[in-house]
Design a protein around this ligand. Structure first.
Ligand code: F6P
Length: 547
């Protein structure tokens, strides 16, 4: 079944939300907290070891009711069923969207074209497990009989960002293997990695769903050439494995079919870390931890699928984001994890969110006349406090922000953790309350600042506050909680795409640049610059004459 086609702006709920916005834009959270001491009780969600406090948002009971009404009018419940049951919801590519099947229980039945895909998923999971155990135990060795010490993941976009983010996030759980990621076609990137490696003890995992991606094939070729300087063609089979849907191209590259980990066209690149694309994760932290990551995601899937929308974490986060994006005109959202381990979460979710929902044509094939995909950005706190927080606090733009923190640190260093978390709580409090002129004046009085100076300085030191934040507080960063956290954002992306009436699972927008790059490469290689706009011609000629 196809997804419903309905413009959100034509619903009664949207119109009511527009009217409601007129009132709410004058409301302040400071007032809301003052008049309702139990506000947080009404606007928080608890599930497993997650707490989401969304009371620090410019919303009231009516806002939530209207947003929930929108989900009804736009058929969100049916769309969720389609998503989980393998409906062809990626209609422009004629595919199901089933990353959730990759972490389903073994007993689940999920049909694609009438065939249950769960057994194949588990076959691949068993292959990942066996391979991981052989490599980490030293049973599988390189061409000189030495155990592997290093693993290089060669891939880009969804074939890089997910594994790179998770390996970084789960560093605490890592084994002895050194893990590297080569993604950019920039030769300096691959050369910087190669120079640290010993070919005898390095395993290369080439990850490409299509096995046609220029960056990945170029890097793989470069690495193979480097490898062959000290090994033979036969040795390639011992050191190179691939993850792909394209068996033919993989075999043409010279990879032994036994060393191929399959994936399926119903897994989108940016949602693929749960498949064999996560092989590097499994190698880095062991299969059991990889399994836990998948279990955590599966639990979030169940929560999303079965929980009423007013208590449903991904739904509530998606609705709040739509409220700011479409009614307050907010353009971006910040993601601030208070753990260094999650430093790659924002870049990872940039692909998930922006490649999915960066669309301007509705499911009716017509241009949308409302805003869709939000811009995602962020850096861990407290570093980000010393970088861009000034703009969130006192700039002219509204930037709703998610603060993600953990109750327990991994190394048990309470001194550091208490300092970290005091900043975590302080920032959302500061963003809520701001600082009034009376407060600033009273500080000046205490300091004994002279009146003229105080008068001059006062407007600069006032903070308006009323800046929305969600606080996501999780017990501890574990493979399981990380799996749930990633799935939380995946489902938020899904909900938003459904409500915006767009197709979230294609990415035609990235194709044009790739096509043009191919023809420009030909011109660079031959020195024969063809007709372009005057700027591109000028730049190409400048490059050619200076290189
Ligand atoms: O450039 C976009 C994209 O198609 C992503 O969606 C994908 O994750 C990435 O390229 C890599 O593709 P592949 O896994 O086929 O090499």
């Amino acid at each position: 079944m196809a997804l419903d086609i309905k413009k959100p702006t034509e619903t009664a709920a949207w119109k009511k939300l527009q009217e409601h916005y007129e009132e709410m834009q004058k409301a302040t959270m400071q007032q809301m907290f003052q008049t309702d001491a139990s506000r947080v009780e009404k606007f928080n969600l608890k599930w497993n070891d997650f707490l989401i406090d969304y009371s620090k948002n410019i919303v009231n009971k009516e806002t939530l009711e209207l947003l929930l009404e929108l989900t009804k009018e736009l058929g969100l419940k049916n769309a969720i069923n389609e998503y989980f049951e393998g409906g062809i919801i990626n209609q422009t590519e004629n595919r199901a969207v089933l990353h959730t099947a990759l972490r389903a229980k073994e007993t689940a039945v999920i049909n694609v074209n009438g065939q249950n895909v769960v057994p194949e998923v588990y076959d691949v999971r068993r292959k990942i497990k066996a391979f991981t155990n052989d490599v980490t135990s030293g049973l599988k060795t390189g061409y000189t009989g030495k155990a592997f010490t290093d693993v290089v993941n060669i891939g880009i976009g969804g074939s890089d960002l997910g594994p790179a983010m998770v390996v970084e996030a789960l560093q605490f759980y890592k084994n002895h293997l050194n893990v590297h990621f080569v993604s950019n076609v920039d030769g300096d990137h691959v050369n910087e990695i190669i120079k640290k490696l010993n070919p005898e003890t390095t395993l290369f995992v080439i990850v490409s769903k299509t096995f046609t991606t220029q960056e990945t094939l170029t890097n793989s070729e470069t690495i193979r050439k480097w490898f062959l300087q000290s090994a033979t063609q036969e040795d390639v089979a011992k050191h190179f494995v691939a993850v792909s849907t394209n068996m033919q191209k993989v075999t043409e590259f010279g990879i032994n079919p036994d060393n191929v980990f399959p994936m399926w066209d119903w897994v989108g690149g940016r949602f693929s870390l749960w498949s064999a694309v996560g092989l590097t994760i499994s190698l880095a932290v062991g299969y059991d931890n990889f399994d836990e990551l998948l279990n955590g995601a599966n639990e979030m899937d169940e929560h999303f699928k079965t929980t009423d929308f007013d208590k449903n974490m991904p739904v509530i986060l998606a609705l709040l984001s739509i409220w700011y994006n479409n009614f307050f005109g907010a353009e971006s959202e910040a993601l601030i994890p208070y753990t260094q381990y999650l430093q790659k979460l924002a870049p990872y979710l940039q692909q998930g969110t922006m490649e999915s929902n960066g669309k301007s044509v509705g499911r009716d094939g017509k241009p949308v006349d409302y805003q869709t995909g939000t811009i995602i950005w962020g850096e861990p706190g407290t570093n980000s406090q010393h970088a861009f927080f000034q703009l969130i606090h006192q700039g002219t733009k509204l930037i709703p922000s998610d603060f993600i923190g953990f109750v327990k640190p991994l190394y048990g260093d309470t001194d550091h953790h208490n300092k970290l978390m005091s900043n975590f709580f302080a920032q959302t409090e500061a963003l809520l309350h701001g600082k009034t002129s009376a407060q600033v004046q009273s500080e000046f009085d205490q300091q004994g600042l002279d009146a003229a100076k105080a008068k001059f300085l006062l407007p600069f030191k006032v903070f308006a506050g009323n800046k929305p934040t969600n606080t996501i507080l999780i017990e501890k960063l574990t493979p399981k909680s990380l799996g749930s956290l990633i799935a939380l954002y995946e489902h938020k992306i899904f909900v938003q795409g459904i409500l915006w009436n767009i197709f979230s699972y294609d990415q035609w927008g990235v194709e044009l640049g790739k096509q043009l790059a191919n023809s420009i490469l030909e011109e660079i290689n031959t020195g024969d610059v063809k007709t372009h706009d005057s700027s591109t011609t000028y730049l190409l000629n400048y490059f050619l004459s200076h290189k």
